[in-house]
Design a binder for this molecule. Structure first.
Ligand SMILES: C[S@@+](CC[C@H](N)C(=O)[O-])C[C@H]1O[C@@H](n2cnc3c(N)ncnc32)[C@H](O)[C@@H]1O
Length: 158
């Protein structure tokens, strides 16, 4: 978490372009309806929350969340989310899961709060990649695995 505190002011400048590419891939492969409610897990400054529907974002980094202009932002962790079961039409997590301490627990939580559609963008070079992929495959039906340059992007159904 300290890493994001240190780079928070420059986060969008450093990562904006590469994150936009991943989000565009998800937009193209993820049928978003304007009346959907989408949860962005590990939303940071809100770069990854750029969708046409209502977006709720959660993140535990105060410094990143302070820069996030989404009015529906919540300080929380993926491992224990303050939402009822089946609250969201769509759940995404973009280049965030390798930061989660409890991979199995957070994936269980994501599945619990989501209804049907999920998209995960996972950093290829992360040492946790294989564990995250295994948990995604165990918990969801993977419809597509797309190349997002630094990430693999999983488009999934419950
Ligand atoms: C590389 S940033 C990605 C932020 C955003 N999704 C984007 O695409 O710009 C990783 C994010 O994961 C968040 N994070 C770290 N641990 C987390 C946890 N346990 N639950 C939810 N988010 C977490 C960090 O605070 C950070 O905002």
């Amino acid at each position: 978490m300290d890493f994001y505190k240190i780079i928070s002011a420059g986060y969008d400048g450093l990562y904006g372009e590469e994150q936009k590419i991943k989000i565009e891939i998800i937009r193209r492969n993820f049928n978003i309806n304007n009346n959907d409610i989408l949860l962005d897990v590990g939303c940071g400054t809100g770069l990854s929350s750029d969708f046409s529907c209502k977006v709720v974002g959660i993140d535990p980094s105060i410094s990143l969340i302070r820069q996030n202009n989404n009015k529906n932002k919540i300080l929380a962790i993926a491992e224990n989310m303050p939402f009822k079961d089946n609250s969201f039409d769509k759940v995404i997590s973009i280049t965030s899961m390798h930061n989660f301490e409890g991979i199995e627990k957070s994936i269980r939580e994501i599945k619990r709060v989501g209804k049907r559609d999920f998209a995960f963008s996972i950093l290829k070079k992360s040492g946790k990649f294989d564990l995250i992929e295994k948990e995604i495959q165990n918990n969801f039906i993977v419809k597509k695995m797309l190349d997002g340059k630094k990430d693999w992007i999983f488009i999934c159904k419950a």
